[in-house]
Design a binder for this molecule. Structure first.
Ligand code: ACO
Length: 576
């Protein structure tokens, strides 16, 4: 790699905090570029282990998942880039942990809102240890045809349109990640494309990047997009004046419209406001022009200025335009193709007794809320799930009697109960009541455990799970105390401050209310409650309830005369 070049076609990264979409976009980019190895070597998802399946072109691959940064670095010693998708609350600590790993050379931090004092510490640690920090609050950067960070350059269609799948001759640096996509397009239209691109990050200046690009033979000209506010552009003015830059620089500082406003206007970024004449877009454009950069008279003229500069370099024989290649097509995802009506795919299973796709699950077409609000019993649920109809109450009561009478046949025939009780559910909820919800959630986070009973894929603050509401309503009406549930709600209030979907889910509601039932009834000692939780009675409740549905599905398949099931082999990822 040339001095100043951060990435190459063999660079591999560790991706922190599993986010499917940006990882898939990195892998799709790799495939377009003809990389031999995926650019993501491993994923770090605190508390998780195993593999995540993702696509590399048409092939599905299993990327290892590690619970800690240290474990990931040990497993992938040649992956020297750490791409951090942690939230602004966790990004600083995880970035520092990554910087301390001897194998990590570059850390990219995506989150916005990382405290400035933490950022300063990271930057100074990185500088002292000869490491690079990209971000925080960055979309990332791209080495065309070689490596890209996360969501940089947007969708695959955009990447193809901007010809970023192969290297061109232009080095591009921007003070705005959002404007980068626009500029990738502009540059692709009038030159042979980008060699390296990205936004400037807190730990670096525009001139750092231009001087870096100056050392990279592939980069033949540079494009800089600055913005009003701050003095960063003057570092570039100085470098130009001192003759440190030998390649043409086309620059534009946006925000010239600020003068049209009577009072000071804060533009998109924190620093993007004119702090005085010297920090105005006009003054910076003039200073760059005086120092020898090509600076157009307006943003509209920027494209022309880039085009002219490029064509001059071609005329002078300094650039031989790259040979065009056609990148391989990225197969469309099945879900997208089905949605657009392009393909149809056969299903492998028929089910007629239940449906969990809508707002609330239905048993034989009857929604959960009806089942609870109309006071259905277990017999009625069995009637729906087994017989697919609402039998009259005398029938369902008879079913309930049968279950009650057959519930136990004495100690001599008891089954292997231990195989269905696992040591999970609720222990931390019980022992946690001395802790504030904040201490409890953060304590669990430190242990790498996501709070069980919190979080839903579809349900959120504004779209509550009806089942949870029904359980809560019942407990409020009938239970003498709902202190555990109230605690769970306080935990939920705290987790909702982190993300909209971190709601108390049905398992969490049942877990906390089960404890309220035990303690509120006054019929169990504290020691007995601890033991009930420890042994896993709550799992027993779920197993018992689920058995009704499982038996119903068995009957359903037999009724439908379904043949022997063989799972389609194309649905299996055969891997080592
Ligand atoms: N119980 C308790 N807590 C839970 C549970 C659970 N079951 N599940 C998740 N959580 C917690 C996590 O531990 C995490 O806690 P933390 O924030 O204290 O670490 C929290 O919920 C949030 O979940 P995450 O998945 O870690 O984070 P998030 O979904 O917020 O994603 C990301 C982070 C990717 C950085 C996101 O916030 C983002 O995309 N931000 C925008 C950044 C951006 O745009 N940067 C570019 C700026 S430049 C430009 O755009 C031009």
């Amino acid at each position: 790699m040339a001095t100043g070049q951060i990435f190459s076609k063999t660079t591999q990264a560790l991706f922190y905090n599993y986010k499917q979409l940006p990882i898939q976009r990195m892998l799709d980019f790799d495939f377009l570029c003809g990389r031999e190895t995926p650019s993501v070597a491993g994923i770090i998802n605190p508390g998780s282990d195993g593999f995540q399946k993702l696509f590399f072109g048409q092939e599905e691959i299993a990327i290892p998942v590690h619970p800690t940064i240290e474990a990931a670095c040990n497993a992938h010693p040649t992956a020297d880039v750490f791409i951090n998708f942690a939230s602004f609350r966790s990004a600083a600590a995880s970035s520092m942990a990554a910087l301390k790993q001897p194998t990590i050379r570059v850390v990219a931090i995506i989150a916005e809102g990382v405290p400035e004092s933490d950022t300063k510490q990271l930057i100074s640690y990185a500088k002292a240890n000869n490491k690079v920090i990209i971000g925080p609050a960055t979309v990332g950067g791209i080495q065309a045809g070689a490596f890209k960070i996360g969501d940089t350059a947007g969708t695959i269609d955009n990447i193809i349109q901007c010809k970023l799948y192969r290297p061109g001759s232009v080095g591009f640096v921007s003070k705005s990640g959002g404007m980068s996509n626009e500029m990738y397009n502009t540059i692709a239209r009038v030159t042979d494309g980008i060699a390296i691109g990205g936004d400037v990050f807190p730990g670096s200046t525009l001139s750092d990047h231009i001087l870096r690009f100056n050392n990279i033979p592939q980069v033949k000209m540079m494009v800089v997009l600055g913005e009003l506010g701050g003095r960063d552009e003057y570092s570039l003015v100085e470098a130009l004046k001192q003759g440190k830059v030998q390649k043409p620089v086309v620059a534009w500082v946006s925000g010239t419209c600020a003068r049209l406003f009577k009072s000071e206007v804060q533009f998109g970024h924190a620093g993007a406001k004119s702090g005085g004449e010297l920090e105005s877009a006009q003054a910076k454009n003039q200073a760059l022009r005086d120092a020898g950069a090509v600076v157009p008279t307006s943003y509209e003229a920027l494209e022309g200025a880039i085009k002219d500069t490029f064509e001059k370099l071609v005329e002078d024989g300094k650039i031989s335009p790259v040979t065009e290649i056609t990148p391989p097509p990225i197969p469309e995802d099945l879900k997208t193709a089905i949605k657009s009506g392009k393909v149809r795919a056969p299903t492998h299973i028929i089910s007629t007794i239940s449906d969990d796709r809508g707002e609330e699950p239905c048993y034989a077409g009857v929604p959960m809320s009806t089942i609870i609000e109309q006071g259905f019993g277990v017999g009625d649920v069995i009637s729906l799930l087994w017989f697919k109809r609402s039998l009259p109450r005398y029938c369902t009561q008879f079913i309930e009697m049968c279950i009650m009478l057959c519930a136990d046949h004495g100690p001599c025939v008891s089954g292997a109960h231990n195989s269905i009780v696992t040591a999970r559910a609720g222990k931390d909820l019980v022992s946690s009541l001395g802790l504030t919800p904040y201490e409890f959630v953060e304590g669990m986070k430190k242990k790498g455990i996501r709070v069980p009973g919190i979080g839903h894929r579809i349900k959120s603050r504004d779209n509550r799970d009806k089942r949870v509401q029904l359980l809560q309503k019942y407990a409020h009406t009938h239970f003498p105390s709902v202190k555990y549930m109230e605690y769970a709600v306080q935990v939920e209030t705290y987790t909702l401050s982190k993300a909209n979907n971190l709601v108390l889910n049905v398992d969490g509601a049942i877990g906390s209310l089960f404890l309220d039932l035990l303690s509120g009834s006054g019929m169990f000692s504290k020691q007995e409650i601890d033991e009930i939780v420890e042994i896993g009675y709550l799992n027993g409740l779920f197993v018992l309830a689920r058995s009704i549905g499982l038996i119903g599905h068995t009957f359903d398949q037999k009724r439908l005369k379904q043949p022997l099931y063989r799972h389609p082999w194309e649905d299996v990822l055969y891997t080592k």
